[in-house]
Design a protein around this ligand. Structure first.
Ligand code: ASP
Length: 345
């Protein structure tokens, strides 16, 4: 099925691609995410999904996406069952995606699936009895990440008196295999014209189809020769890790060290820029990624992104399962414990 043939996301629907969201749907999701934020922050407790079961199937490594989807479901009062990797699932015995999906969907009310092959989550959806949320299909898409990224951008830009509509975004790093970039750019295409300033190392350039997709919708794509050139004049920078797991060849020795560090932001006159990254940051000695030297800059938003993943994914579950804000409200109660060491804004 092509993206264009997918229905808009809503109750009883799978979420496979960001192309299932229009501006209205996005605004409704974000309003719901704001509404459930006190529950996400554990200031109140809700049991609206009491009795519901999420099955999360992760056939690729994950920390944030799996745990935040699961946490989001638990915070709504549901229960979670999970399987990770191929080794411990019957796929190691040769079971097909269709059989696995049909079986597991009989055990649960919603599935969250990550798989290394592009298009594979759509195969799960085709055989599932319940809604399937795409948590990453190879180098394809990562819709929930794009949603939490734009939710974060909106908040960070609003705090500076700006909006996503008409903003300038530098996107740097592995633009070829980075699925978060693909979903992000496609979803940003539903806003008023955005300027994308791109920098990627040779052989990791953005697929032409994505550049064409956004240009056809009136956005501007500027290819830059360096990170400094990309960030100069941008409202925010979105950096991505080299997706080594999707590459057959070794990283060239030139790709070692910092993709983006404090000195580059100083050189670009952009030390107050909003800094985003889908994480994980690759901290190995032979990596090429966002340097921790930016961590004390005022615009660092990477942990706001991870925190925002919870309310956004709660909103996705509520929408897929057709649960209203009123139904949530009816089950709210005060949090009777306080184990948090510190609260961050
Ligand atoms: N966590 C994101 C993903 O699963 C980004 C990354 O891995 O670099 O695509």
């Amino acid at each position: 099925m092509t993206d264009a043939a997918l229905p808009l996301f809503g109750p009883g629907r799978h979420l496979l691609s960001v192309s299932q969201l229009d501006r209205d749907g996005l605004d409704r999701l974000f309003t719901l995410a704001e509404y459930v934020t006190p529950i996400a922050e554990r200031k109140s407790v809700c049991t609206v999904l009491d009795g519901a079961v999420l099955c999360s199937l992760f056939f690729e490594p994950s920390t944030r996406t799996r745990l935040s989807f699961e946490s989001a479901f638990l915070r709504l009062g549901g229960e979670v069952t999970t399987t990770t990797g191929f080794t411990f699932s019957s796929m190691a015995k040769g079971e097909s995606i269709a059989d696995t999906s049909r079986v597991v969907s009989g055990y649960s009310d919603v599935l969250v699936v990550r798989h290394p092959d592009e298009g594979s989550v759509a195969e799960f959806a085709a055989a599932s009895l319940v809604p399937v949320l795409n948590a990453g299909d190879g180098a394809g898409e990562h819709p929930s990440q794009a949603l939490l990224d734009i939710y974060t951008m909106r908040r960070e830009l609003a705090a500076r008196g700006k909006a996503v509509d008409g903003c300038t975004i530098a996107i740097v790093g592995d633009l070829r295999f980075g699925r978060t970039v693909h979903s992000l750019m496609k979803l940003l295409a539903i806003f008023s014209p955005v300027t994308f300033r791109l920098f990627s190392p040779p052989s990791l350039e953005l697929p032409d189809a994505i550049a064409t997709f956004v240009r056809d919708r009136g956005h501007t794509v500027v290819h830059c020769d360096s990170v400094v050139e990309a960030v100069a004049g941008a409202d925010l920078v979105y950096a991505t890790r080299v997706q080594r797991e999707r590459m057959t060849e070794e990283l060239p020795p030139s790709l070692r060290g910092s993709l983006l560090d404090r000195s580059m932001l100083v050189e670009a006159g952009a030390t107050d820029i909003i800094v985003m990254h889908p994480l994980p940051r690759d901290s190995r000695s032979d990596s090429y990624d966002l340097s921790p030297s930016v961590d004390d800059l005022p615009g660092l938003a990477i942990f706001h992104q991870t925190d925002n993943g919870i309310p956004v994914r709660m909103a996705l579950f509520l929408t897929a399962l057709g649960v209203s804000a009123e139904a949530v409200q009816m089950t709210l109660r005060q949090r009777p414990w306080d184990a948090r060491l510190r609260w961050e804004p």
